[in-house]
Design a protein around this ligand. Structure first.
Ligand SMILES: [Cu+2]
Length: 242
């Protein structure tokens, strides 16, 4: 497993406290330099650490279908009432592009209407983990704080199962929008040929263009924050709500 530094992070959402926006990334997780951990070999020697990647070449798409959901009759602010749009992101591994160690989200962003229920599907083909520090809150699903402009139920579905968090050591990537205090943790695929699908439903109340980032140290370099983590179009990009 990678060596990990203490996370200079915020209070857990379970405390009920509203943490400030995340600190600069340099103060976050640290893992074994430039290496990712393959599932199934975690107990092996450190030399087994490798830049995990799969060979899938599945192209990402942004679905744009819109429909109106039937009224649920619930008062939940994240309930799928009113117009619904679907968006999809695919996490490819570097092997798909001949660049090991450069996983990326495809496409690297999307647009959606403000106030519309957004059903975001993220298909992860990466079977490697990039463990978060044990105290990191970014293994949890975030997105239910309207003061930040986003609301949802604080849950996601992983291959159809509803969860509120992913164990930090099992996180492969996250889709996080710091400006909206929104975070979608994504576990590793079970294999290079068996992707995992995460579905997150949310609604953005504040129009604007926001940067999204991956909170997991899945890139290269000593801190795992280089390479794909430091380049737009790979592990960070922008989304626009208008
Ligand atoms: Cu990542």
């Amino acid at each position: 497993m990678g060596r990990i530094l203490a996370d200079h992070s915020h209070a857990s959402p379970s405390t009920g406290q509203v943490p400030p926006r995340r600190p600069h990334r340099g103060g976050r997780a640290r893992r074994t330099p430039g290496r990712r951990v393959r599932l199934g070999v975690v107990a092996s020697l450190a030399l087994t650490l490798s830049l995990a990647a799969c060979s899938s070449s599945t192209a990402g798409t942004t679905a744009a279908s819109t429909h109106t959901a039937a009224s649920t009759g619930t008062a939940s602010p994240g309930a799928a009432s009113g117009p619904v749009v679907h968006r999809q992101l695919v996490i490819e591994t570097g092997k798909a592009d001949g660049r090991p160690g450069w996983p990326r989200f495809v496409p690297d962003g999307f647009t959606a209407p403000v106030g519309t229920t957004i059903v975001l599907t993220i298909v992860n083909h990466d079977d490697g983990t990039a463990p978060l520090p044990p105290a990191s809150p970014w293994g949890q699903v975030w997105g239910s704080d309207p003061t930040y402009g986003a609301v949802s139920g604080g849950t996601e579905q992983v291959d159809g199962k509803t969860v509120t968090s992913i164990p930090n050591q099992d996180v492969s990537h996250t889709f996080e929008i710091p400006g909206l205090l929104l975070n979608v943790p994504i576990p590793a695929a079970s294999s290079s040929t068996q992707p995992v699908t995460v579905v997150f439903t949310f609604k953005v109340l504040k129009a604007g263009t926001y940067q999204w980032i991956c909170a997991a140290p899945c890139g290269g370099g000593a801190m795992g924050m280089g390479g794909a983590m430091a380049a737009d179009g790979w592990m960070r990009g922008h989304v626009t709500f208008s």
